[in-house]
Design a protein around this ligand. Structure first.
Ligand SMILES: Nc1ncnc2c1ncn2[C@@H]1O[C@H](COP(=O)(O)OP(=O)(O)OP(=O)(O)O)[C@@H](O)[C@H]1O
Ligand SMILES: [Mg+2]
Length: 418
């Protein structure tokens, strides 16, 4: 274990949200007896130790307390209770425009900000050119920052924060404001900081960013820390909170005690008689008895059990899978797979087997159907009965987890490096 750079112990932050005064007489009479403010715990007993050199991502839905926690770490807000101890110098990029004086020019703000971060005038002068160069705001540096666009604020803020060479870098979601090219530049800078063993804490909505660059991830929900640790697991927990919504109601909470509960779906045969009906659909994958999640890259099978009332020649089993955003990912059938099957009276099963599941984490939903090949009659169709929860432990981003390896070659190469 390395040294602790930021120790957060039992931190709570309380706000009072004041209501506007009622204007009508009735409103005022009613309001007399009620309190004029709501109590809000933006943070409740959050504890974690962030080790030196670690990159920590913070995920959480809107209003979950992410910015409040960062402000407490930066000392902009005082926790109502609990304690935060920071070892080393810290530069923070908090909410948009925070720390800037709108009436002053970009240049003056660089000096003001630098001195707030503890740098002398000479020290700031030494890094001034690097700051301006990184921000790409040469032409605008003598304009008042109140005329800056939100992207320009972020460019300047990030350029200052990374060029004052802090031990700890704290960044709120503001990076999402910059254009894609600038975001990439910021990510490169963050990687450079990682190589220099600096500590980084950043808030993002992007599970992909978290997976790519974080060592550990904190998930906040209504001010509570509900997960801290390995990014893949944290992303899963975060996705579950998104399903639940901020009040924790109306979502599907997966019951870990019974991992089979989500995977086996049985159906009552429909009353209107069809010659063949789906009885149940079962997912199988390694360790499925103890694990509610399929690991990306592992094999998977979807088994469709049926009951046939009579012999039927040549039925088609179909499977459609949609990705988390609802786009169709795969639509196939035994016909398209070149399989022909004559169903005999009684029970049977058809299995779709994937050698490996090549997608990154998320919830993939599938539907299965049985239809006739001749005449195209749909005998049975079960919409969204397949729930494939995928967990990805690796660092790569994007959509696919394809088998890939890397190698290096040096020496004895031609001038083209081949
Ligand atoms: N200064 C304040 N006074 C009163 N309430 C506040 C204040 N700052 C934050 N809050 C409240 O605290 C809660 C947490 O806010 P916070 O800004 O930390 O959330 P967040 O996770 O950063 O959200 P977002 O994703 O929208 O940025 C919210 O309900 C917010 O309304
Ligand atoms: Mg915020």
């Amino acid at each position: 274990m390395g040294d602790v750079a930021i120790s957060i112990q039992d931190v709570s932050k309380h706000f009072r949200l004041y209501h506007e005064r009622g204007t009508s007489l009735k409103e005022r009479l009613v309001k007399v007896r009620t309190s004029r403010y709501d109590e809000l715990w933006a943070l409740s007993q959050v504890s974690l130790d962030i080790e030196e050199g670690q990159t920590i991502g913070i995920l959480g839905h809107n209003g979950s307390g992410k910015s409040t926690l960062l402000k407490c770490i930066c000392g902009v807000l005082q926790p109502t209770s609990g304690q935060i101890v920071v070892q080393g110098t810290l530069a923070g990029l908090l909410e948009l425009g925070a720390g800037f004086q709108p009436e002053l020019s970009g240049r003056d703000n660089v000096f003001l900000n630098g001195s707030m971060l503890g740098l002398s005038r000479t020290e700031i002068e030494n890094v001034f050119d690097d700051i301006i160069k990184f921000s790409e705001l040469e032409q605008f540096i003598d304009n008042q920052v109140k005329f800056y666009s939100s992207g320009m604020y972020v460019r300047l803020g990030f350029a200052i924060a990374v060029n004052v060479d802090p031990d700890i870098l704290v960044i709120d979601e503001v990076l999402a404001v910059g254009d894609e090219r600038f975001q990439r530049k910021c990510m490169d800078k963050i990687r450079e900081f990682q190589e220099k063993n600096k500590t980084i804490v950043f808030v993002t909505q992007s599970a992909e960013q978290v997976r790519q660059i974080c060592d550990s991830t904190l998930v906040l929900k209504n001010g509570h820390s509900i997960a801290f640790g390995e990014p893949g697991h944290a992303i899963r927990t975060f996705r579950e909170t998104l399903l639940e919504g901020p009040d924790g109601v109306g979502g599907t909470v997966i019951d870990d005690a019974d991992p089979n509960a989500e995977r086996v779906i049985e159906f009552e045969p429909d009353s209107h008689e069809q010659p063949i009906q789906i009885l149940d659909v079962v997912l199988s994958y390694p360790d499925d008895a103890s694990n509610a999640y399929l690991k990306s890259g592992d094999p998977l099978s979807v088994r469709v059990a049926y009951q046939a009332e009579n012999d039927i020649d040549d039925v088609i089993f179909s499977l459609t899978i949609v990705e988390p955003k609802g786009e169709t990912l795969l639509s196939t059938s035994t016909e398209q797979m070149g399989l022909h099957f004559d169903v005999k009276t009684g029970k049977g099963a058809m299995e779709f087997a994937f050698q490996s599941w090549p997608l990154l984490d998320g919830l993939y939903k599938g539907s299965v159907g049985i239809q006739s090949r001749k005449g195209g009659v749909m005998y049975d169709w079960k919409e969204d009965v397949v729930n494939i929860e995928v967990l990805y432990d690796g660092k790569s981003g994007g959509l696919l987890n394809l088998p890939i390896s890397g190698s290096f070659t040096t020496g004895n190469l031609n001038e083209r490096g081949q």
